[in-house]
Design a protein around this ligand. Sequence first.
Ligand SMILES: C[S@@+](CC[C@H](N)C(=O)[O-])C[C@H]1O[C@@H](n2cnc3c(N)ncnc32)[C@H](O)[C@@H]1O
Length: 390
Amino acid sequence: MRSADQRERPPTGPAEDLSPEELPWIRPSAFESLVKRPIREFLYTPYTKLASRVIARRYASQTQFPVDLWLWGQRGNDYEAHRRRLNRFVRLGNTKILVAGCGAGRDLVSWLPYAPRLVVGVDYLNYERAWNRSIDYLRSRYPRSSVRFLRGNLQNLDAFEDEEFDVIGSDAVLEHVTNFPAVVSEFVRLLRPGGFFYATFGPLWPCWQGDHYSGWDELSNGYNHLVMDQSSYQQYLGSEKREDHPELEEGRMWSKYGLFSYLRAIDYVQTLSDGGLQAQFTGVLIEPRGARCLRQFKGLREKLLAVHKELDLVIAGMTVIYRRHRRGTHRTRCLLARENRSSPVVLACLGSGLVWRVVAVNCVRRQHHPRRSWWGGLRGQSYDPRVCRW
Ligand SMILES: C[S@@+](CC[C@H](N)C(=O)[O-])C[C@H]1O[C@@H](n2cnc3c(N)ncnc32)[C@H](O)[C@@H]1O
């Protein structure tokens, strides 16, 4: 564990308890459990696979990174589907899971059916009342797992030892972290070698409604956060508290305090790889209203395209699964960093590693992804044979 004085110690949020009155995950409605969830599970899976092929034709040539699944809107973007996918990469039973940015605790309900040994929810804000109520319910419903909640900043989780977790998961958080490289470096410290990192996040800042607010009134206003000057934008946000619409009020709160990463999809991908994680799965969600807005309002489109890439303007969210390098890979990286890169020992190591990747790894990959290039394996794309993708 790094000593405390080696790192800045960012504070947690305000002391006020922000727990909502209702915790719907404690008593899900019969309609949700008996109708909506089965529909999501059985219909959305084939739908998303089919839709992905169609959307890929339109956007795949514009991406700067490999994409395994394209979603059109929120269908198929539910937490249960993400857990099922991750469970195909790593069996979640008997693992130790950190739920990063757990909010009032809703996320934990979708992790616990997999019977992990321990689930720890961490959040920057104070949801003590909701956590206490959730713990009683979760412990009685899932007695095989230990459940804990903790207040903390993802940039600095000193309460945990190095390599303590098998899995780190996060939903709807990374678009709000203000220092993403620091968060990634903390996650890498907390993951055991070979451990998995999963995250779903969005809307991303450059997208339609990327500030969680613009466009709530008119389709054409969805990019106000990108095109308006500061004072017009403040006027658009308004000063009255929006009692009528709690979700909008929350969106306005993120803008008011500047709680955004402001990153594009490629920035997330690059930061995760630079931090020492290896991509296993990347899903991209396209916002249909963003695509429609760009189609309908030509003047706005031109203005935006002068500064942004078209794809960034419509990528509303991402789902990623990354893996921390195993110890061997980590040692090689340290060796490379320490030794003279052109020394015969390093060159021999690199040469044999290269041959191994090209021959062995790609033989496995090509059985499952015959359309992908041999060079994809060298760039660290996934080759996990257990995961069958389109
Ligand atoms: C939109 S909420 C999502 C909450 C929960 N994951 C869910 O899906 O219901 C984002 C959460 O991320 C938390 N968060 C943002 N930045 C954080 C940080 N640096 N450290 C810890 N939590 C953070 C916020 O406090 C907030 O509760």
